[in-house]
Design a binder for this molecule. Structure first.
Ligand code: SAH
Length: 398
C-alpha cells in the first residue's frame, strides 16, 4: 500500500480523529495514486495514523476510513461499517412512527461521502467522494444484506459535489436487487409522502427535518400557516394533519408543488384549506406585506444560501430579508419556524441574524424550541462540520 506523510504538526487533527486531510497537510511529493485508492497515512516522524481514501482532485485529499494501524480497510471492514450504521438505526425500525430513515450518514458513520436513505424497503444512495465511489459495490451489497426488508439499492449520481471529486455526474441506477419505483410512498407520523427517487432533491426527501416537522405540527392546531420553500409540502402537510385551519405552500418549482398536491391527496380528508403558490418567496412575502396578509404560523426552510464561508455575508443578508419580512406578517402570538441548512452558517451567526431581523421588525420574540437534523443524521463529535441544519421556533410576544 502507498504511504503519505503529513507535515509536522498536521498529524494533530487526524490524531483527534478528524476524517479530512487537506492537500496542504501532505509533505513532499506523493507517488501516483489512483482515485479512491486506500493509502496509509503517517505523521512526519513516520508513526502510523491510519488509512484513508485518496481524492486526487479535491482539496480534501484524503478521507480517513480507519484510525487504527491494525485495521486495514478491506471489503469486510467497509461492510461491517455499513452493518454497524444500520444497527444503530434499530429503534427506527422497531417503532411504527416512520418507515423512512437515513441508514448511513457519511463521515459521522465512519463512511466518508456515503449517504444511504431508506424509503419503505428501498435504499437510495449518494456517493460523493472518490473513496465512496471506490467502495460503492461493497456498500451497496452490504445495504442489500443488512437493511431490513430491503428490496433494492439504487444510486443517484447527480450531486454537483461529485465533480469536485473528479467523479462523473450521472443519473439514477440500480446497484442491487430490484428497481425502486419512481415514486415511493413513505409514512411519517400522521402523514404519507411520495418520494421522487429519480428527480427529488438529494435522495428524494428531507428526512433531516423529521423532528422539526413534529415540532411545527404540535403548534399548528387552528393556525393559518404559510409554508415557504415548501418543496413537496413536508411541513405544510404535517401542519394540515395536525389541525391547521389553512396551509399556503410556496415554492418556485411547479414540479415540487405537483408532488405536494399528490401528498395532500394521500392523507385522510380534513377541513384544512390548502393553497399552492408557484412563486419566488422573496416576492411572495413582499406581496403579503403590501396586501396586509397575515398568518399565525410561518415556516422558512430555504435552500442552502451559503455554499462556503466566502458567501456567508451575502447569505446572511438573504436570511435576514426573509426573516424580517416573515416576522412582520405574523399575528400576535404567531409562530415563526425558521431554518438554515448552510453548514458554513454558525449557530451564533444565525441567532444574530434573527435578533437583528426582530429588531428591524420592531417586535419581541421568544424562542420556544430549537431543532436539528434528526438522530438518524448523527454528527461525530470529532467532525463538527457534520452539523449543518439548525432551526429556531419563535413566538411573537407583543
Ligand atoms: N422545506 C422543504 C425543503 C426545502 S428545499 C421540506 O421540508 O421538504 C428548498 C426549496 O426551496 C426547493 O423546493 C426549491 O425549489 C425552493 N426554492 C429555492 N429558491 C426559492 C425561491 N427564491 N423562492 C421559492 N422557492 C425557492
Amino acid at each position: 500500500m502507498k504511504r503519505i506523510v503529513l507535515k509536522k504538526g498536521r498529524e494533530r487533527s487526524v490524531a483527534r480523529r478528524h476524517p479530512w486531510v487537506f492537500s496542504g497537510a501532505i509533505d513532499g511529493e506523493t507517488p501516483e495514486i489512483a482515485s479512491g485508492e486506500t493509502v496509509e497515512v503517517a505523521a512526519y516522524d513516520g508513526s502510523p495514523l491510519g488509512y484513508g481514501s485518496w481524492s486526487p482532485s479535491s482539496q480534501i485529499r484524503v478521507r480517513m476510513l480507519s484510525f487504527d494501524a491494525a485495521k486495514v480497510p478491506d471489503e469486510a471492514f467497509v461492510a461491517s461499517r455499513v452493518a454497524a450504521a444500520v444497527g444503530r438505526r434499530a429503534d427506527f425500525f422497531a417503532n411504527a412512527y416512520t418507515n423512512a430513515v437515513r441508514l448511513v450518514n457519511a463521515e459521522s458513520d465512519g463512511l466518508p461521502g456515503v449517504v444511504a436513505d431508506y424509503y419503505a424497503g428501498w435504499v437510495v444512495c449518494q456517493f460523493t467522494s472518490a473513496g465512496a465511489e471506490f467502495w460503492k459495490k461493497t456498500v451497496a451489497a452490504a445495504l442489500m444484506k443488512f437493511a431490513p426488508f430491503c428490496q433494492g439499492v439504487a444510486e443517484r449520481a447527480d450531486a454537483e459535489v461529485r465533480a469536485k471529486e473528479g467523479l462523473a455526474l450521472g443519473g439514477f441506477s440500480v446497484l442491487e436487487g430490484a428497481e425502486p419505483p419512481e415514486l415511493v410512498e413513505i409514512s411519517e407520523g400522521p402523514c404519507k409522502f411520495l418520494v421522487d427517487t429519480r428527480k427529488g432533491h438529494k435522495t428524494g426527501f428531507y428526512l433531516d427535518q423529521r423532528d422539526a416537522r413534529l415540532a411545527v405540527g404540535s403548534l399548528a392546531n387552528g393556525a393559518e400557516v404559510l409554508n415557504c420553500f415548501s418543496y413537496t409540502g413536508g411541513f405544510g402537510i404535517f401542519a394540515r394533519q395536525c389541525g391547521a385551519a389553512s396551509v399556503t405552500q410556496v415554492d418556485v418549482s411547479g414540479e415540487a408543488l405537483e408532488l405536494a398536491k399528490k401528498n395532500e391527496s394521500l392523507a385522510h380528508l380534513c377541513g384544512t384549506k390548502m393553497e399552492y403558490v408557484e412563486e419566488d418567496v422573496f416576492k411572495f412575502l413582499r406581496k403579503c406585506r403590501d396586501g396586509r396578509r397575515e398568518f399565525d404560523m410561518i415556516i422558512l426552510d430555504p435552500p442552502k444560501f451559503a455554499e462556503s464561508r466566502s458567501q456567508l455575508m451575502k447569505a446572511a443578508r438573504g436570511y435576514k430579508d426573509i426573516n424580517l419580512l416573515a416576522m412582520k406578517l405574523l399575528r400576535p402570538n404567531g409562530i415563526l419556524a425558521t431554518f438554515s441548512c448552510s453548514g458554513a452558517m454558525s449557530d451564533e451567526l444565525f441567532a444574530k441574524v434573527l435578533a437583528e431581523s426582530a429588531e428591524d421588525a420592531g417586535r419581541d420574540f421568544q424562542t420556544i424550541a430549537k431543532t436539528r437534523q434528526g438522530a438518524d443524521h448523527p454528527v461525530a463529535l470529532s467532525f463538527p462540520e457534520g452539523a449543518y441544519l439548525k432551526g429556531t421556533i419563535l413566538r411573537a410576544i407583543d
